[in-house]
Write a protein that binds this ligand. Structure first.
Ligand code: SF4
Ligand code: SF4
Length: 447
């Protein structure tokens, strides 16, 4: 069975909510829509206090080409256009809507009927990309890069295939898994739409072999599309990294920066993004909801919830049995790449794939010992970096050295920290170093 070649680790899976069908979350009383839900320029609010909105009403228009519009996921009255705390821990511009009823824009097709690509022969590549852009679709695996940008390769770069990232290698998370079991046909049509948008005739769906039911179902459904191949993958973290997935599925390595994944001929899209693309193009539905895993060992009902964007995390936790008494920390995302939340009142966004409630015992960090030069972190790094060195130069604030040692290639997977016998907070330092160096590079380019 295939997998990627360099590094990788095997954390405990803890997929507590695997097999839980998707459950629709209740409507929030108030929804908060951050204008910063994607990589790139923030959206600009186009509504004002007092405006009435419906589900699907535009709240914020894209702030540039690398940006995405934001739509309301609820109906009601705009009560605030002001800064609000979001999951990043920052107070940033957001639109707050007090919910009244559940009225949808008429342009959205809410039927469950499957629309196949053959039903819409008039859809050409340009129209598909335009609809994706208009719907505000971004990478839903957590990267939140605007999808229409990824579907427009830079001049001279040619796409040869599309790979659907259905790996979901983060421990605990099962949102993508549940989506494949619930909507395999829509995901396949979504993949066909992406293939048509970038003009390729080969599509792959990479799924790790801890999801045998999804592999079986997707393989069965894909039989009607000879151009699509389901590729079962050997379990290894972080196989969901774009570069690792390309290596695992088609055996090509992305060259060092400034090369891009497209240099291998592959365009990667998350499985949730493919579903959102289907809904955007075939149902005229902007990105207003998503599946999120709410989980944790002490949580009463670990679940996969279909929740409206803007719903406060606290409400989602309540719907899964409430915050356990022994809660030590709540993470936005999974345990490897996720970040601790400062408040549970922050809203879910386009990139919210999971909410992990760690108990006191799990949340407690082990005592940090000195580095013993064992090089385990080097062996685990899927990017071939030297994590102990990157962490050290970041701790010393030696940004030149950090840049020279290629810190910007780090994918923040946490494999180094996971494997370190001295429990050194490698990822914390590397994240600090990476964001600082990226800032330095950006201001150098801007000069
Ligand atoms: S977090 Fe960065 S340095 Fe550490 S293993 Fe992952 S890619 Fe390598
Ligand atoms: S794994 Fe930890 S102890 Fe070993 S070299 Fe890396 S930082 Fe040092």
């Amino acid at each position: 069975m295939k997998t990627f070649k360099i590094g990788g680790v095997h954390p405990e899976e803890n997929k507590l909510s695997a097999g839980q069908p998707i459950r629709e979350a209740q409507l929030p009383k108030q929804a908060i829509f951050s204008m910063f839900q994607h990589i790139g320029a923030p959206a600009n609010a186009v509504v004002k206090k007092g405006d009435q909105v419906k589900v699907g009403t535009l709240l914020g228009e894209a702030g540039g080409f690398v940006s995405a519009p934001i739509y309301s996921s609820v109906s009601g009255k705009v009560s605030k256009v002001d800064v609000a705390l979001d999951a990043s821990g920052l107070r940033r511009m957001a639109v707050t809507v007090d919910v009244e009823g559940d009225e949808w824009e008429e342009s959205i097709d809410r039927s469950k009927d499957l629309i196949r690509l053959s039903d819409r022969p008039e859809l050409d590549a340009k129209t598909i990309v335009e609809k994706i852009k208009t719907a505000g679709i971004v990478g839903m695996g957590g990267a939140t890069f605007p999808t229409h940008v990824k579907l427009c390769p830079p001049p001279g770069k040619v796409a040869e295939c599309v790979i659907v990232n259905a790996v979901e290698c983060e421990p605990y998370l099962t949102a993508d898994h549940s989506l494949m079991l619930a909507h395999p046909d829509e995901i396949l049509v979504g993949l066909q739409l992406v293939m048509k948008a970038v003009g390729v005739t080969k599509g792959y769906i990479g799924i790790e072999n801890n999801k045998p039911d999804a592999i079986q179902l997707m393989t069965e459904k894909a039989k009607q599309y000879p151009e699509i191949e389901v590729v079962p993958l050997k379990l290894k973290y972080p196989q969901g990294g774009e570069k690792q997935l390309i290596d695992a599925v088609i055996g090509r390595q992305v060259p060092a920066p400034p090369a891009l994944p497209i240099d291998t001929g592959a365009i990667v899209q998350n499985v949730g993004t493919c579903f959102a693309i289907y809904e955007a193009v075939m149902k005229n539905k902007p990105l207003i909801d998503r599946v999120i895993t709410v989980t944790g060992k002490s949580l009463k009902h670990p679940s996969n919830l279909l929740a409206r964007l803007g719903t406060p995390f606290s409400q989602l936790i309540d719907e899964c049995g409430g915050l356990p008494e022994d809660t030590g920390k709540v993470i936005g995302g999974g345990p490897m790449m996720g970040k601790a939340l400062l408040s549970l009142d922050v809203p879910m966004t386009k990139g919210s794939s999971g909410l992990l409630i760690m108990n006191d015992k799990e949340a407690k960090r082990a005592e940090v010992d000195p580095c013993i030069r064992c090089a385990k972190c080097v062996g685990a790094c899927p990017m071939g970096l030297e994590p102990y060195l990157l962490a050290k130069v970041s701790e010393l604030r030696d940004w030149d050295a950090a840049e020279q040692e290629d810190i910007t290639s780090c994918i923040e997977c946490g494999s180094c920290q996971f494997t370190c016998p001295s429990h050194r907070p490698l990822l914390d330092y590397i994240r600090l170093g990476k964001s600082t160096v990226m800032g330095i590079i950006r201001s150098r380019v801007a000069k």
